[in-house]
Design a protein. Structure first.
Length: 358
């Protein structure tokens, strides 16, 4: 492990030199690649350097205790030694986490699709609640959101809403949100006060760049048509709506929000690229899960992952058995407690797998 850490530190120092080289600075693509690599190793190097300082501090304190110290100095040395040993243990655990294999998608932006599922109007309203929750969480993280497509119901919910979230490490925090979310509450239309159960589904996909997923023109069928609104009336007189069909997978994306055909095609291509990339990832995940199954994997999209119980102000994540009596706060975008718990659980599972020889 320490040979690996030393190699990372050596590479970090090499990167620092490269990033100050005028030839590298003038090559934008290479500079960006090296900057990203440097940023990804910065925390590991900082923790490793502190670890080396602590190990040296322990050796110094032990050497001092071997000398003929007065009682007061000896007591201070013992306290320092005790504190340093505790810090060493904590740093070793942190280093194990930092050395876990990185998900290559963790630093990516995402495309999130939310759909009302079982429950009719109430499911659509719940989809709207989830959409608002993720928007508020994104705002708290300093991320930006853009609605790419939305199918709004007459009562204000969403049959479907697709948004892009951009910022630092978006996928790393939201990748566990894919799955079926269940709500238990009394609908406003319920006269008898009965609790209804409805569901909405969430799919989180990393944004795929053109260099990562090569979709050839011959594999796409493009249909152009007139955009239409509620009741079928034409929104505009030009054929600006775009439907893209990826022939090898059968994935279809239709976009009509923009008045420009070009803009609709650009949005549709972003979503299509993400869906094709996601399907490839899902197939790889399924093969991985056939050998070992993580409770918080990003594989099975039909799995019921979370229940929002309004009467008891309770949110339960079924994968890790976490229950929080703060439903109102979570729907207001204060999701850190749940997201942090999922990340820690996943890291713990991966550490156990690594120690078992996987």
């Amino acid at each position: 492990m320490y040979d690996q850490l030393q190699s990372i530190e050596d590479r970090y120092e090499e990167l620092a030199e490269l990033l100050s080289d005028p030839d590298v600075v003038s090559d934008t693509k290479r500079f960006m690649e090296l900057s990203k690599e440097e940023a990804n190793t910065r925390e590991t190097v900082a923790v490793y350097r502190r670890y080396k300082e602590v190990v040296q501090g322990i050796a110094d304190a032990e050497e001092m205790l071997g000398e003929n110290l007065d009682p007061e100095m000896a007591e201070l040395a013992k306290e320092e030694l005790n504190d340093l040993k505790k810090e060493k243990e904590a740093l070793e655990e942190q280093i194990k986490i930092l050395l876990l294999p990185k998900d290559p998608n963790d630093d990516k932006n995402i495309i999130m699709e939310i759909r009302g599922a079982a429950g009719g109007d109430e499911a659509a309203l719940f989809a709207g609640d989830l959409f608002n929750m993720y928007q508020k969480y994104a705002e708290s993280q300093g991320w930006k959101t853009e609605v790419m497509d939305a199918n709004v119901t007459g009562i204000g919910g969403y049959k479907e809403v697709i948004m892009m979230i951009t910022g630092d490490n978006v996928y790393s925090k939201l990748k566990y949100e894919s799955g079926a979310h269940r709500v238990q509450r009394v609908p406003s239309t319920e006269s008898q006060g009965r609790i209804h159960t409805s569901t909405a589904t969430v799919v989180v996909m990393p944004e795929a760049e053109e260099v990562e997923i090569d979709i050839e023109d011959k594999d796409i069928r493009t249909d152009i048509y007139h955009a239409s609104g509620a009741g079928g009336q034409h929104v505009n007189k030009t054929a600006s709506a775009v439907r893209l069909t990826h022939l090898p997978t059968g994935i279809v994306v239709a976009m009509q929000d923009e008045r420009s055909q070009l803009k609709n095609r650009e949005k549709a291509m972003k979503i299509l690229r993400a869906r094709v990339y996601d399907q490839i990832q899902q197939e790889a995940q399924s093969a991985y899960d056939s050998e070992r199954k993580s409770a918080v994997g990003t594989g099975d999209r039909s799995e019921r992952i979370r229940t929002f119980n309004f009467p008891q102000n309770r949110v339960t994540d079924h994968r890790i058995g976490l229950t929080i009596q703060k439903l109102d706060q979570i729907l207001a975008g204060k999701m850190d407690e749940i997201i942090d718990a999922l990340i820690i659980y996943d890291q713990t599972e991966k550490l156990a797998e690594m120690q078992n020889g996987y």
